[in-house]
Ligand binder design. Sequence first.
Ligand SMILES: N#Cc1ccc(Nc2nc(N)cc(-n3cnc(CCO)c3)n2)cc1
Length: 280
Amino acid sequence: QFHMIKHEDLTWKESLGQGSFTHIFRGSKTDQRDGVTHTTEVLLKVLDANHKNCWESFFEAASLMSQISHKHLLLVYGISVHKSKNIMVQEFVKHGALDLYLKKSMSVSVSWKLDVAKQLACALNFLEEKNIAHGNICAKNLLLAREGDPSSDNSPFIKLSDPGTSMALLDRIPWVAPEVLDTLEIELECDKWSFGTTLWEIFNNGEAPLQGQDLIQKQQFYEHFSNLPALEWTELADLIAQCMQYQPELRPSCRSIIRQLNSLITSGNTQVFAICLQQQ
Ligand SMILES: N#Cc1ccc(Nc2nc(N)cc(-n3cnc(CCO)c3)n2)cc1
């Protein structure tokens, strides 16, 4: 159900790091179209040979993303199978994963963060309308295509990456919704929970929630119905709390999330505007 790419059409460049079961490389692919050779910069995501057992979810993720297209969904060109390696060929997104970007550049503004949050909410709304659950929403799976900088006033642009191989569920606490640990089913409401966790990450400069806690402590976080430490901005903390409700049916719809983000953007701008007026 997706395009097969010949191994000889791929060029491998430097390694860009390792995920849990995957290794990523910068690369390029060539293809002939109407007799002309095109070379495209790509991201090569290799699934470790010794994790072949989860290659189904790897390819399922790829095929899901390649069947639908949206400006905030990562483009997957296809897959390539060579010897014992399964390779997903993705569009190369210029600035890489958002969690690393936020950790590096501590100076992104509140409006920048709200803009990114709104783009993610739009991507989720698109998936919700197609009744597709992503299952692995987190800052690491948000890729930054455009930095956007305050001077030239152009805004950031993100792409939601493939769900990736479903890592061990306990490791994904507190991104994975609590009910998933019981049902092992990914529903639309699960993405709302993960959206709340990702919002928390974005407004904590990419810091991972429950950083450094071991699996027992993470399991207890759910057993005690705990919540993440609330942000100072109470309206934003409220939105995160709504998304991270233990009862899935009480979590807000994407439309409600977008509406609340819009009013935070407006109120944020109003506050900045008021401060500017005071300073005149
Ligand atoms: N320095 C640097 C730098 C690194 C990477 C990119 N580009 C890119 N493009 C993609 N399609 C996917 C990813 N990617 C990054 N981490 C993961 C694993 C977690 O999802 C996937 N990175 C750009 C610059």
